[in-house]
Design a protein around this ligand. Structure first.
Ligand code: ADP
Length: 191
């Protein structure tokens, strides 16, 4: 089994690169952002709860997010491994993930952090907002809040896996192909 975390600030290209890695390594892609958007689109109780936080650029509470992730993983008993995109975003989420994987004698092989400067990220998200239909992509105040939440809460997750010698950084600026080549090399060196 191969379990990878694709890490990085909002708008760093995690979703785009995850799709490439999924093909290459035959993994199941789990994006907590996509899962929340699906729930919101369908106005489910989970979606309505998540929306209160997502619309402000805040994190959805850990208990809700971890529950949703577990539920998704149990739906894929056939998986050869997972690529986690947008999860874990807090230390309790990372601990929950490690524990969950340990139950089936698995662990995270590596965390790969895409590095992109703040101003580039804001540009990318605003231009994605023009077509994505995502309310959280349209307002610069919300985008800046997502970036500060990333710095205040999520960056700790990098250190958590770095302490286990499982974290590496990837230059996240360049063409999609250049970045996916860098990632492919880093992943291949890890597994
Ligand atoms: P981006 O990486 O562009 O911020 P995502 O699609 O990963 O976009 O996430 C969108 C929003 O969904 C986040 O701003 C947050 O509110 C919520 N979200 C996604 N994943 C998590 C998570 N692991 N924990 C808490 N909230 C999350």
């Amino acid at each position: 089994m191969i379990n990878l975390i694709l890490f990085g600030p909002p708008g760093s290209g995690k979703g785009t690169q995850a799709s490439k890695l999924v093909e290459e390594f035959n993994l199941v892609h789990i994006s907590t952002g996509d899962l929340f958007r699906f729930e919101m689109k369908n106005d489910t109780p989970l979606g309505l709860e998540a929306k209160q936080y997502i619309s402000k650029g805040e994190l959805v509470p850990d208990s809700v997010t971890i529950g949703m992730l577990k539920n998704k993983m149990t739906k894929h008993p056939e998986a050869k491994g997972f690529i986690f995109d947008g999860f874990p975003r807090t230390i309790p989420q990372a601990e929950a993930l490690d524990q969950l994987l340990a139950e089936t004698d698995q662990s995270i092989n590596g965390l790969f952090a895409l590095q992109v400067e703040d101003e580039e990220i804001i540009k990318r998200i605003l231009s994605r907002g023009a077509t994505s239909g995502r309310a959280d992509d349209l307002d610069e105040t919300i985008i800046r809040n997502r970036i500060s939440v990333y710095k205040d809460n999520t960056l700790d997750v990098y250190d958590y896996y770095a302490a286990k010698k499982k974290a590496s950084t990837i230059e996240g600026v360049g063409s999609i192909e250049q970045i996916s080549n860098r990632l492919r090399k880093a992943v291949s060196a890890t597994i």
